[in-house]
Design a protein around this ligand. Structure first.
Ligand SMILES: NC(=O)c1ccc[n+]([C@@H]2O[C@H](COP(=O)([O-])OP(=O)(O)OC[C@H]3O[C@@H](n4cnc5c(N)ncnc54)[C@H](OP(=O)(O)O)[C@@H]3O)[C@@H](O)[C@H]2O)c1
Length: 326
């Protein structure tokens, strides 16, 4: 698979390192408005936009800031190219609907880089919840208490803004954890939230909390922050009438069910940077997203993180923002 990547910044270099280790895959072009080259692929030719690319490519990776994902997806679909987009799928419902429609009309695959869905413990828990094996879940509490310093927000004009980043930690850093939450539990019927900007000079929130009510009665809580120094591993605590479990990042750390064995895979190794850094140094989960995408392009099926479920994640985040505003 030959890829054109839109963006040459932080996560684009993760893709360049990931794809360099994948036989049969390569990046044949990148797009940069400013003519920047990929640090991890300095020989890859650079073009100012997708339409100017003269090298051959089969698929597009959209690695621009959040609010530009959907326009990149639509540009790729117009050229009849399959797409992997970075998370979130989008920061507005209408743009996500247009991007999904463009890919469906062009009959191209659209996958979203919610790479935490590839973690074996997350997949095992998802399967048990779908089977109803964990009983009636009445509480699910996510704490995504991360830390970014002011230099991170100052490193680009758009960071921490509403128009392009689409928000603070709910839309950006904790989107991965909220994605797992929505993947496990779906969308709530009621959301109440509070948020503020406490420790940074930035337009969006840097800390907040949401209270969710589900149609089955489940009460959920989500805390998302980039103000909680020094930055903690994300923690999810889930309780049902049958028992409880706790996950720290993507691993099951406590399991208390009498009749369901702990499905945790203790061999799983992944280096998490997200609590304190935007850099994804461990490329293995991105490689799984890319390999899964290539499988779907070649054989059909649905990507691990498909567009509709990724749209649900953004929709939940937008509902959390909507409540805070009112
Ligand atoms: N999956 C993960 O774990 C993960 C981790 C980090 C980031 N991400 C996601 O990856 C995306 C990019 O993040 P990043 O950290 O790589 O950002 P970044 O370092 O700022 O890179 C953004 C890239 O987009 C290009 N760009 C095009 N239009 C732009 C505009 N109007 N403003 C700013 N840049 C523009 C920039 O290149 P030119 O200016 O040269 O065009 C730059 O190469 C975000 O959506 C983020 O959520 C995901």
């Amino acid at each position: 698979m030959k890829y054109a990547i839109i963006g040459t910044g932080n996560i684009s270099n993760t893709y360049a390192r990931a794809i360099a280790e994948m036989p049969g895959s390569e990046i044949s072009a990148c797009v940069s408005r400013s003519g920047n080259r990929l640090k991890a692929g300095p020989d890859i030719p650079v073009f100012p936009d997708l339409d100017s690319i003269t090298t051959d490519f089969d698929a597009v990776i959209v690695a621009t800031p959040n609010g530009l994902h959907c326009e990149g997806i639509i540009a790729a679909a117009k050229r009849g190219k399959h797409v992997i987009t970075e998370k979130p799928l989008g920061i507005r419902v209408d743009e996500m609907e247009q991007a999904i429609a463009a890919c469906e009309a062009a009959n191209v695959t659209l996958a979203v880089a919610y790479q935490r869905r590839t973690a074996p413990d997350n997949r095992a828990v998802k399967a048990l919840i779908e089977k109803g094996a964990l009983g009636n879940i009445f509480a699910a509490d996510l704490a995504a208490k991360f830390y970014r310093d002011q230099a991170y927000y100052d490193s680009a004009d758009y960071r921490g803004g509403l128009s392009i980043d689409g928000g603070g930690p709910f839309m950006q850093q904790a989107a991965h954890n909220i994605d797992i939450y929505a993947w496990f539990f779906g969308l709530p019927e009621q959301v109440v939230s509070l948020m503020g900007t406490f420790t940074h000079k930035m337009e969006a929130e840097d800390h907040g909390a949401a209270l969710l009510k589900y149609s089955n009665g489940m009460i959920g809580t989500i805390i998302a922050s980039t103000s909680t120094k020094p930055g903690y591993a994300a923690r999810l605590e889930v309780h049902s009438d049958k028992g409880s479990f706790t996950m720290t990042d993507d691993a099951i750390t406590q399991w208390h069910f009498d009749d369901v064995p702990n499905p945790g895979n203790s061999d799983f190794q992944y280096r998490h940077d997200g609590a304190t850094s935007a850099v994804v140094s461990d490329t293995s989960a991105h490689q799984k997203i890319i390999a899964d995408f290539e499988r779907v392009v070649e054989q059909g099926g649905t990507p691990i993180a498909d567009a509709h479920s990724a749209k649900a994640t953004s929709t939940l985040i937008l509902e959390i923002y909507g409540s805070a505003l009112t």
